[in-house]
Design a protein around this ligand. Structure first.
Ligand SMILES: C[S@@+](CC[C@H](N)C(=O)[O-])C[C@H]1O[C@@H](n2cnc3c(N)ncnc32)[C@H](O)[C@@H]1O
Length: 204
């Protein structure tokens, strides 16, 4: 099964809160974004957004340039439907993140639980190169991955786990480290997953 088919199947067969990564409110990401004190015109892309409520909340806060990208059209349709009900506009990009082709540059690139699925070196290089070319200088990267003691798999797929140190090392050429911490995510199944969250600022 292709990667796309895998994710489309998940989103068409499971309830929104029937997946381990579900959050009623993505509070950690929202707190990080709030602390950046961005202008409400800041362009923010949520990469691998799934059905996350991050975009809904940012739009409710008054941000007006929000893009959600996901390999699953099914997930994006759900987010688009929800925000349309609130009369908000959102840009949707249905694509593999490593094939992203957009003329727009962003002030914030947010990724919760997507980068860790990219276990192939070549794909990882593509992701990093696109991240670099898609972010404005002085733009922010907010990244949440499974941590060094996090799960080895998610949704039946292998993942690459990262410590704060490893993320810093991987990004050091073009990004200044701002903050990092580990967080325990409580899944809807009463299990826990250890995450690494880091914020970086693009310097090159
Ligand atoms: C674990 S979920 C996290 C969803 C969301 N970020 C959240 O925190 O609720 C991973 C998401 O990444 C998407 N995804 C996986 N691989 C992808 C890829 N290569 N390109 C774009 N999206 C991808 C999946 O469809 C899924 O929505």
């Amino acid at each position: 099964m292709s990667n796309k088919d895998h994710w489309e199947k998940i989103y068409s067969t499971k309830e929104i809160d029937g997946v381990s990564w579900y959050q009623e409110t993505p509070i950690t990401s929202l707190n990080i974004i709030k602390a950046l004190k961005l202008n409400l015109n800041a362009s923010i892309i949520d990469v691998g957004a799934g059905k996350s409520f991050l975009a809904d909340t940012l739009l409710n806060w008054g941000y007006n340039d929000i893009t959600v990208l996901d390999i699953s059209g099914n997930a994006l349709n759900e987010v688009a439907r929800r925000v349309a009900k609130e009369n908000h506009k959102i840009k949707c990009i249905e694509s593999n993140v490593t094939d992203l082709s957009s003329d727009q540059k962003y002030d914030v690139w947010h990724d919760r639980a997507v980068f860790h699925f990219i276990t192939n070196n070549q794909e990882r290089e593509k992701y990093l190169s696109l991240l670099n070319s898609s972010l404005n200088k002085e733009g922010y990267l907010i990244i949440g991955t499974f941590s060094e003691d996090g799960p080895l798999k998610c949704s039946g797929l292998d993942v690459q786990r990262y410590s704060i140190k490893e993320l810093r090392e991987l990004l050091k050429e073009n990004f200044k480290f701002i903050d990092g911490f580990k967080e325990i995510h409580n899944t809807p199944f009463n299990t826990t997953q250890s995450f690494t969250f880091c914020t970086f600022k693009k310097i090159n």
